[in-house]
Design a protein around this ligand. Sequence first.
Ligand code: ADP
Length: 517
Amino acid sequence: MGVARFALCKIASSTLPRMHHPSALRKMSVASDLKNSTIFRSQGLIGGQWVAAHDGKTLQVNNPSTGEIIADVPFMGRRETNDAISSAYQAFNSWSKLTATERSKCLRKWYDLIMSHKEELGQLITLEQGKPLKEALGEVSYGASFIEFFAEEAKRVYGDIIPATLADRRLFVLKQPVGVVGAITPWNFPLAMITRKVGPALACGCTVVVKPSELTPLTALAAAELALQAGIPPGVLNVVMGNASDIGDALLESPQVRKITFTGSTAVGKKLMAGAAGTVKRISLELGGNAPCIVFDDADLDVAVKGALAAKFRNSGQTCVCANRVIVQEGIYEKFAEAFSKAVQNLQVGDGFTEGVAQGPLINEAAVQKVESFLQDALSKGAKVILGGKRHSLGMTFYEPTVVTDVKSDMLLAREEVFGPVAPLLRFKTEEEAIRIANDTNAGLAAYIFTNNVQRTWRVSEALEYGLVGVNEGIISTEVAPFGGVKQSGLGREGSKYGIDEYLELKYVCLGDMNRE
Ligand code: ADP
């Protein structure tokens, strides 16, 4: 079945508009072409069935770049979530008993289907999330890589044999799937934040109820459609959306859900962690960051500018690993500020479907207001805008790429995640001071340093209280390395050989042999 559908989908995607279409025409036709595509779904997925909310309620999905309504999706709540949990619970019985090779084959097929629909999925991400198409296509490859990696990893979930302490015993450690997983994901990576959780969960035999962000559910539903096409059995992957707190509460309260995995804000993460206590569930959290990007006097200026630019302005500054504080040593500060501003000035702002655009809109009005209030706070305390600093003339939620100097540690821009295209520059004198400033936060996800001194690289990397450190590099996420934070940035790691442990329980088996002489 996979093969026949695969062929059909290939034909469908070749009819999609090409890159050289004028952008206005292209935007209009992309939305309507996508709606006719085989991967477009606008209902929830429960037990292999595409379903509406029980009371028929819906919510609108908008294009943040134009405000246009793309689709209505079901506004679900507790009832639908409980149905999804039941089907995941039932499906767990058979899915967990398949051999690792069988599950691996399904995941591999899913990966292949995602990649053969890369263009449509990328367009869908740009349409509902706003990021430039090039970045969206990058997200499809990145998102798919987790499915491919964990399809392979499925076959390497080894247990242990422990040397026995008594002659008539044999001691084993088995690794078994935790059971039904509730996965709650954000809007900034509508595909990758899902595959990073669902890939390892399914690989080791868990079944999942996904709750994507209500702002970007269409990519999640398209990915789920491809999972069905790949032969992943009904009930193994379910998708519900609607009332976030009701869905979250249903997942937390159910004793059948054995694990919650979440990517999103620190505030919601804390609520989920507290809620998981009621049924003592496993929990993994990828929460907010406050990434320092430290530029030392001995850095290569071009490398530092390129790296900081990539780390700060990816997805218009809307990622939890985005450089939030650019901390620059006094000897290179002026030179860096000038070169960095020039590079930022060249970033083209516009609709994600327009060629050459590097900065799309922010996700919604609240995001713009947050940026404005942080900037206002900084200006009132003595910071200076040297580039940008206001809404973009394009209107909607477009904001000018902005560089601010003379930022101090007590300003909101330095204390919290701005989650927008604003780069605050702070100044430091010594390495010790840089480390102190960098660690002076409750967050601990990503940090970046730019230096050509090898000893300093080690010293500073070890001193930074962060889960990820990029050295002379601004883009460091990959499916083969562990992603996750320390302090209030979260618990657990995603991706890599470590990522699958989050979905496994250890079972110790002691085999006695009383008859042995
Ligand atoms: P962001 O500010 O990035 O949107 P959120 O933490 O609000 O971050 O959202 C991340 C995900 O958490 C989304 O899918 C959202 O719907 C969901 N969410 C928000 N509030 C709750 C809640 N009380 N319980 C469960 N999920 C929630």
